[in-house]
Design a protein around this ligand. Structure first.
Ligand code: ADP
Ligand code: MG
Length: 394
């Protein structure tokens, strides 16, 4: 178990916290505040304990150079609104400078400031020790609450913990609880659902899940590489040419392990990659030569739904079809609804799967929606995330 902000005395302390304020912006205006809202419980808790708080995050890809387009200033303003108190912002092209040091030193208990975009510094993504120390010197305790970058060893996510003790915030605590339990001690039956565009992106996760699950459900674009490996014709469907042999191996491995391996039995096909394309429902072994698979079919949705509803733990990564197009969203919606109805623990990892669940308005029906796409995949692969490894053990 990792230490959290609740395990230490924060009164009168200077705390520096890594948040995930990598929010979508359009012309200087934040277009989605989900990540800011998610960060509030940890921030409010730290302040309520009488600590003074220095927040930091990256935003976009300024590529190691100061760039006003990626300034954290709009985030400071938005946070001020939410917290009902000023979040001080001291602009600095170097993130830390004498003015920033002075502002941090002057912070009183209950006061909060936000640093400029940590990726204005080229050393950040190289985990540069000097920059990590500059950040650490501003405070006495490091709070890690940015799961989305926890799979990267950067100065603000890992290096900083070489100089001051690190504990987790509530977001990381929740990620570790739900993803961690699924990986180490899942309640059974444990159903894994994998989808999305390509097999190649997710092979390591599939391999790792095969060691743990009772049932593995495959949908989305990757399903066609598996169908191809079974010897079916898949028409113009998306195919990972290099992944065919591996897909065959994975199915063999599932068989040896006694894992139920579920592939689509029917498919929604279309004559073009277009919402308004001519479409049809066909059996998985009867995909016409000139059509492409866009979604799992209704019979498949029903079978997958039954398997999901009976599960005690479900981990889902990757949509079942091209859900961005309304005519090909039914399979993803059916799976999301089955998760919503499932009484077991339901965990969603992956940016697009999370977006789909939100789009269907089912987000509050899930046990946990991971905030880190790449980070949650690496976690499910069984990798140690550098930004998690630095957090002290209880
Ligand atoms: P996540 O972000 O949840 O990990 P991915 O990024 O792996 O998911 O995959 C999501 C993408 O996969 C979506 O943009 C979706 O349109 C695409 N996709 C799903 N099914 C198909 C398909 N049959 N053909 C092509 N693309 C697909
Ligand atoms: Mg994605």
């Amino acid at each position: 178990m990792k230490k959290t902000v609740k395990d230490i005395d924060l009164a009168g302390k200077k705390v520096i916290e890594r948040c995930d304020f990598n929010v979508p912006m359009k012309e200087g205006v934040i277009t989605d505040v989900t990540r800011i809202e998610a960060s509030l419980p940890t921030i409010e808790y730290i302040l309520s304990q009488g600590a003074s708080l220095i927040l930091m995050s990256h935003l976009g890809r300024p590529k190691g150079k100061a760039n006003p387009e990626f300034s954290m200033k709009p985030v400071a303003d938005k946070l001020s609104e939410y917290l009902g108190k000023e979040v001080k912002f001291v602009p600095s092209d170097t993130v830390v400078d004498d003015a920033v040091r002075a502002a941090a030193a002057e912070l009183k208990p209950g006061e909060v400031m936000l640093l400029e975009n940590v990726r204005f510094r080229p050393e950040e993504t190289e985990n540069g020790a000097e920059f990590a120390k500059e950040l650490a010197d501003l405070a006495e305790i490091f709070v890690q609450d940015a799961f989305g970058t926890a799979h990267r060893a950067h100065s603000s996510t890992a290096g900083i913990a070489d100089y001051i003790p690190a504990v987790s915030g509530f977001l990381i605590e929740k990620e570790l609880k739900f993803l961690g339990e699924a990986v180490t001690d899942p309640k059974r039956p444990f159903v894994g659902i994998m989808g999305g565009a390509k097999v190649a992106d997710k092979i390591a996760v599939i391999e790792s899940l095969l060691e743990k699950v009772d049932t593995l459900i495959i949908g989305g674009g990757m399903a066609f590489t598996f169908l191809k490996a079974k010897g079916f014709e898949i028409g113009k469907s998306i195919l990972d040419e290099n992944g065919i042999d591996l897909a065959g191996d994975l199915m063999k491995k599932a068989d040896e392990k006694g894992v139920a391996f579920m592939l689509p039995v029917d498919v929604v096909v279309a004559d073009a990659f277009d919402n308004d394309a001519k479409s049809a429902i066909v059996a998985a072994d009867a995909i016409p030569e000139d059509m492409m698979g866009m979604d799992i079919g209704p019979e498949t949705s029903k079978l997958y739904g039954e398997a999901i509803k009976g599960a005690a733990t479900v981990v889902w990564n990757g949509p079942m079809g091209v859900f961005e197009m309304p005519n090909f969203a039914a399979g993803t919606r059916a799976v999301a609804e089955a998760l919503a109805e499932c009484e077991g623990i339901t965990v969603i990892g992956g940016g697009d799967s999370a977006a789909a669940v939100n789009q269907f308005g089912l987000d509050d029906k899930m046990s946990h929606i991971s905030t880190g796409g790449g980070a949650s995949l690496e976690f499910l692969e069984g990798k140690v995330l550098p930004g998690v490894a630095v957090i002290e053990d209880k």
